[in-house]
Structure formats: C-alpha cells, structure tokens
Ligand binder design. Sequence first.
Ligand code: M6R
Length: 612
Amino acid sequence: MCGIVGFTGITPAVPILLDGLERLEYRGYDSAGVAVVSPREGLQIQKCKGRLQVLRDKLDSQPPLTGTAGIGHTRWATHGEPNDVNSHPHVSQNGRVAIVHNGIIENYVEIKQFLLHKGVTFRSDTDSEVVAQLLEYCFNDHTDPLDAVYAVLERLEGAYALGILCADRPDMLIAARKDAPLLLGYGDGESFIASDATAIIAHTRDVAYMADGEVAVLTRAGIQVFDEYRRPVEKERHFIEWDVSAAEKGGYAHFMFKEIMEQPEALRRTISPRLREGQVAFDELAMTAEDVRRFRRIFIVACGSSYHVGMVGKYNLEKLMRTPVEVALASEFRYSAPLVGADDLVIVISQSGETLDTMAALREAKSLGARVLSIVNVVGSSIARESDDVLYTWAGPEIAVATTKAYSTQLALLTMLGLWMARCLGRVDSAEYAAIVSELEALPDKLAKVIASTDIYQYLASLYFNQQCIFYIGRNLDYALGLEGSLKLKEISYIHSESYAAGELKHGTISLIEPGSLVMSLATYAPLLDKAVSNIAEVRSRGADVVVLTTEEHAERMGSIASHVLTVPGTHPVLQPNLGVVPLQLFAYYVALHRGCDIDKPKNLAKSVTVE
Ligand code: M6R
C-alpha cells in the first residue's frame, strides 16, 4: 500500500517523480504528492487528494518546482481520511524536513503526545507526520542529518519505508526501511529509491533491495548504505530482466486485459525452464528428496487470490503426494497458535512478496522450526529473501490490482512442485507422471486457445452486468476455482458474489436462489460431472439462469441443461483449473467494463497490502 519514489541527480526531479508515481499508482490512489529541494528555494511541496492527474493539473497551473532532488508518494489511506492535508509528503513545523512514508507507525500517538508537550503543532491526522516532526525535533541535538535519522528510527515502532529530504541538503535524499518494501536504483550521476522497480525502470535496471533496519544516503555521486548499528553495508546489486514496455499498457485499454492476454507467455516462462527430458527439475531448490521424505505435513499459507491457489493446491498435492495438506489464510495462521513444527513444510504464496500478513505468517512458521518455501513473483522481495527456498513465477510485472497472470503462474508452479515432491516420495506412477508433464508442456498453447476469442464473455456480460448477486458453485477443484472467479468479479465489478461447494447449496444457500438469479456452475472436474448436473437441475428448477463452464468434451451434455455454456480444452485434471480460471477472469472483466468501473484501480483496494 502506498507507493514511494525518490530521486537525486542533475536534472529536474519533478518529471521523474511524476513518471514514477504514475507507474506506482496501482499501489494506492487516494492522493498523491511531491516534494523537491533546491539551494535557492529550499523545500517546495505540492500534494492533493485524488488521482495523480489532479496533482499533475495543479503542478501545470503553477510555476515549476525547481530542484534536482525530490520525493513522491501515492497514498492508500490508513490513518486519516484521504484529503489534501493528510496526503504525503509531510513537512515538519519549521519546514526543515519533508518525508514520505509507507507502512504504519504503531506508537505514533505516544510520539505525538511527546511532541505536543514540546510545543510542536501538527497539521494532519496521519501516523506518518510524527516522523517529520520528530526528525526536526531531533535536529536540536544533532547537526548531522544521519545522526538525527538514527535517533528517530530508534523511537519508531511499526513498519516503514521512508524517503527523507532536508531543506539544507539540496543534493541529498535519505531512505530507511523496516517491514515495508524499498529498493535503491543506481544511475549514471543519479540515484533513486522506489517501492518497486516499475517506478524507476525507465532510468535504471541496476537495483539493490534494502533490508530491514538499513538506512541509505543517496546523492548524485552514489549511494551509501548502513545497517541498524550504522555499519557500512555492501549491497548486492541486481539487474532487472524486464524492460519498461512490460510495465506499460502497450495499446490495451486496461492492464488487467493485457495481463490476461499475457498468460500463455507467462506460463511458458514459468514452466519451460523447469521441464527437462520429461522431468520436472528445480535447479533453484536447496530442498532435497531426503527433506521431502521427512515432511509429515504441508501447510500452504497466503492471502486473497494466492490463498485460492493454495485451495487448488490442497486438492492436487494431497492427490499426488498422499501427504496431508492444510491451507490457511495468512492473517489467521499467525494468530492461531499453529501446530507447525520441524517436520513440516510451509509453502508461502505471494505475488508481491510483500504482503504483511503473509510475511508475518512466514516468520511465525520459521520460528516454529518449519521449512519455508515461497512461490513469489517479485524478485528480491521480503518474502523471497526470508524463505529457505524460493520458486519465482516469472510472470513479469503485474500492475492491475486484480491478479490474473500471477494467479495462473502460481497455480502451475504449485502443481509442478506437488508433482516433483510426489516423485521424491515415489507416490506417482510413471504413466501419470508422464501424462502430467506432457499436459504441462501443452498448457500455454491450450490457454492461448481460450483467449483467442472473447465474444462469448462480452455477450454474457451484456446480459448479466446488472445482476445484484452472482453465485459460483462447484465441487472439488471446481469449488476452489469458484473462489477465485467470485473474488475476481466482486473486486472489479462491485457485484456481490459468493462461491459455494455445490454440495453445500441445499444446506442453506439455495434459499437465496430465485427466478433470474445467476449461477455460474463450474463443471470442469470430470470425475464429479454427474453431481454437477444434479446441482444445476436444483437451481434451474428454482428459476435460476445457469452459465456452465465445462470442457469441450462435455459441452453438448451441459448445453442441454444450461442457459449458456462456456468451454475450455480438456487437460489432466490437476491442470484443469489453469484453463478454467481464464473464462472467469474475462467474464469479470467484461462485466466491470459494462458497469463503467475503474478496472485497474478498483475502489478501496491496493495492489500490495503491506498493512494488517
Ligand atoms: O501479493 P500477494 O499475492 O501476497 O497478494 C495477496 C492478495 O492481496 C491478492 O491476491 C489479492 O487478493 C488480489 N488483488 C486479488 O485479485
């Protein structure tokens, strides 16, 4: 939540900050602001409620802010309503420092009380402002900005990524990080900070990821990094593999649509390098077959769509490995005194690699002695760095708040992991192993077939975009798939939607079905097709319209009982959700389009959830 960008160099900072904020806007979009510092003008700030365009318009209507060092922020409000005053950057009482902050300062009330007693006047309702005010207060005892910053950090509790400007140091930018993402960018005569690489990729692909407790001092001459005890740190530098075009819409109306269309290629990148001579090969894993044989149980821990991947994974891994698998919401796991120990494997799934609840669950699992393997999209992210093993999904940057290609690649990778572990345990026979590998190879092409035409989804959306509520029902893997279909619809179209295990309908929910209700019946899981047919009959006889999603092979049978049929090519059952999810993504997309929703930036949401 919230996006930060910072720059120091020899060219004007504002255009670079605005360009960076545009690419970060998916992280939060309640308000935006920039601050720059110049030798003549000191600190200059512009910030306002609303989307970045509002800020751009304000800046265009005034003389340009001069300064070659600056910080920018796009906000997802936690403390204090979205308004101009609560927007970042925050400036200290006497205008000596300006800060941008991502995270939550948990002891802000205590610090605020302390400063109020010292006569400091506050302007905003935010937790973040205390950082600016405390920093200026610490300048009473410290003349060196870095001394003052360390004095502040000592008193802060909670999570922060900070960008700091000082009025009397127009060439310098200071950054600090604890439990919130921040990276450093190394340019030619210029240096950057950013919440993620998309913000600075147009200027440099040479980056380093800040670790918790680190503080960085950036000037145009370079970047110095210190650890929490102020010892110099030599950072490992990474080269970002993708270029700026990957983070742009490239002619598509929405990032979400672009990312749906990118799924065949994303899957190819995830799958191909890990298939060799008919075998799944994970060169990147330190985990051995011996380790796998030691695991008594597997836990899959994640949030949102990544959790839904875990739900599919439970069915698949238990089927393939015959090892018990428990799926937990990360936000619940950490507070449930989980019965996890040294003989367990905890698989953590996260696109961003920064979700706070997932991170906390990971730490809980590690503290209990479990081995942690993460499936992550963002290279160098906190979750990746703290895991014992990491499998990267290689989906490329995902900008739309609603995940699509990250979900697909997580799903494929988790199934591959299950297959690999099943082979380590000797629990999958060669014929089935070969069949799954062959279907993994075919998966990108089959998915390309699903997205080749979108007419049917547009048509169905035109029929049903005014529904009050849409139900998703399915059994086994189709139930897990429905959870994702339902979330996709509600998060971008704001239609209320529920997903049920179809067998549960008659235990209560069927009372909600009435003439005209729309039920999406997911019937791609071949072993339970007869059961799906019965459930369809139950809701049809109560007047519901039923859209059935099934495989090409069963289209005719389903066509005779449904209002409409959507089909996907057949594949091995463990991979079927990988194809089934795409029509659900497209249906949600076109429904949201019909309703005029802001598809890439749905209300109240943010891409990366770095607060509890
Ligand atoms: O980055 P993560 O995968 O950890 O994010 C978890 C959820 O916040 C995320 O999947 C969310 O549910 C998506 N916006 C859904 O489309």
